[in-house]
Write a protein that binds this ligand. Structure first.
Ligand code: URA
Length: 435
């Protein structure tokens, strides 16, 4: 039993700009996990942290305390044909149309790496990987540890829900942050993500830290700081971690919505798909293979020759899904047309994410169900020329009364002008411990 404190003093220390001691952090996280530090006290502390920040020692200790609040998984015994398997995971800080896990996990696994993707559900305008995969008939996310191990050894890639025992302090805290306006704090985001990833027991981790209108981090400086802290936290904990800073000003690919994004991922796994989705999939796969010690691989090979698709089909089948089943299609659609002629100067990611969410692809509260078929298809992207009357977006939903709010979200999302935007790479920079 460690030292005991009182919650009000801990909150007051942070409120007044002080640093919490290691013992205070351990006490508050343990007490919160056990229900002894109450939700209203933790909410006040989260707000004090958001406003006052934390130094590096505090962030590191907070992360360790949350990692230790539950069980840790261990994949070090994975074997295939008697040989040890290296595990590499990817985590994205989330954005609009971010379906990258779907093609990425099987692609990396097709090179003999084990990819345990313990994922979450979407909240608000960003979609969740599990929600996307649940658009596939029969697919299930609730796997036991033994099932995860068996699939990693046989197929190589697993995408499943993180069990309740993984960093339970973070699960409770994230639910509070979500309803108290305390999500957007670099120390809280970094410790939240990294406690789960460290507890998951992956050997290496590649982070995709998004910057832009559709991301948590709206400025490159903030995204860089978040990436740097997470890379350091991972490496300190013995997880080989690096990050790519990537742009989320515009939606990724041409679709936002669960079944629509699965269909787009299948295009990538078939060797096609939108150039930006392919670019990011390839960049992250290359980084993941490098983390596993494989350099100089042209990962587009296994997208072209069908090997990544074979792993995808085995992965979906291994989790009860039918990879050949038709994806759900919405009964209702409505298209929005360009009102003027010119060049698309920008498409705002947040507007598209919000529209998909309002059409039924996302949830406003934890636990709500989502529509597999709802979402937005973009017909154009930045740099395209359009004539007045050309289609810009098609909205899909099972509940057509939602079209009005989808339309409202998309109003003003697209700037049509005369200046073609610069074509920029999605990947802004790479962040490592040496940086
Ligand atoms: N994702 C997480 O898991 N935690 C955060 O705080 C933000 C995004």
């Amino acid at each position: 039993m460690g030292e005991s404190f009182d919650a009000v003093s801990v909150i007051a220390t942070k409120r007044d700009g002080g640093a919490l001691s290691d013992a205070e952090i351990d006490w508050v996280i343990d007490g919160f996990t056990a229900g002894e530090v109450h939700d209203e006290q933790m909410s006040a502390l989260a707000m004090a942290i958001l406003l006052r920040g934390m130094d590096r020692r505090e962030i590191s200790r907070w992360t360790t305390a949350m990692t230790n609040s539950g069980q840790r998984m261990d994949f070090s015994g994975l074997r295939r044909a008697g040989r040890p398997l290296v595990t590499v995971d990817k985590h994205s800080t989330g954005g609009v149309g971010d379906k990258i896990t779907l093609p990425l996990a099987p692609l990396v696994a097709s090179y003999g790496i084990a990819v345990p993707q313990l994922s979450g559900r979407g909240l608000g305008h960003t979609g969740g990987t599990l929600d996307k995969l649940e658009a596939i008939a029969g697919w299930r996310s609730d796997l036991t540890y033994d099932e995860i191990v068996s699939l990693l050894e046989s197929v190589g890639a697993v995408v499943c829900a993180a069990g309740a025992s993984l960093a339970p302090a973070d699960k409770k805290l994230y639910a509070l942050r979500d309803v108290t306006g305390t999500v957007e704090s670099i120390p809280l985001i970094a410790s939240s993500i990294m406690s789960k990833k460290i507890a998951e027991g992956t050997q290496a981790l590649v982070l995709d830290v998004k910057v832009g209108a559709g991301a948590f981090m709206k400025s490159e400086a903030d995204a860089r700081e978040l990436a740097q802290i997470m890379v350091e936290l991972g490496n300190e904990a013995g997880v080989r971690t690096s990050a790519l800073l990537t742009s989320m000003w515009e939606p990724l690919g041409m679709t936002a919505g669960n079944a629509l994004e699965v269909a787009e991922s299948l295009e990538v796994l078939s060797g096609g798909g939108p150039a930006d989705v392919v670019e990011l999939t390839v960049a992250l796969a290359t980084e993941m293979l490098a983390a596993a010690g494989m350099t100089g691989v042209d990962v587009t090979d296994n997208l072209r020759n069908g090997k990544a698709m074979d792993v995808w089909e085995a992965m979906v089948r291994g989790q009860g899904g039918d990879p050949k089943a038709a994806l759900p299609q919405a009964d209702h659609s409505e298209t929005i047309y360009a009102e003027s002629t010119g060049v698309i100067e920008s498409v705002d990611a947040m507007s598209v994410g919000r529209a998909a969410w309002r059409l039924g692809a996302g949830r406003a509260r934890q636990g709500e169900s989502v529509q597999a078929e709802a979402g937005v298809r973009m017909h154009v992207r930045s740099g395209d020329r359009v004539e007045a009357g050309d289609p810009l977006f098609t909205m899909y939903t099972a509940t057509p009364e939602r079209f009005a709010s989808g339309r409202a979200a998309l109003a003003g999302s697209t700037v049509i002008g005369s200046t073609p935007p610069q074509t920029l790479s999605r990947v802004i920079d790479r962040v490592t411990v040496e940086a």
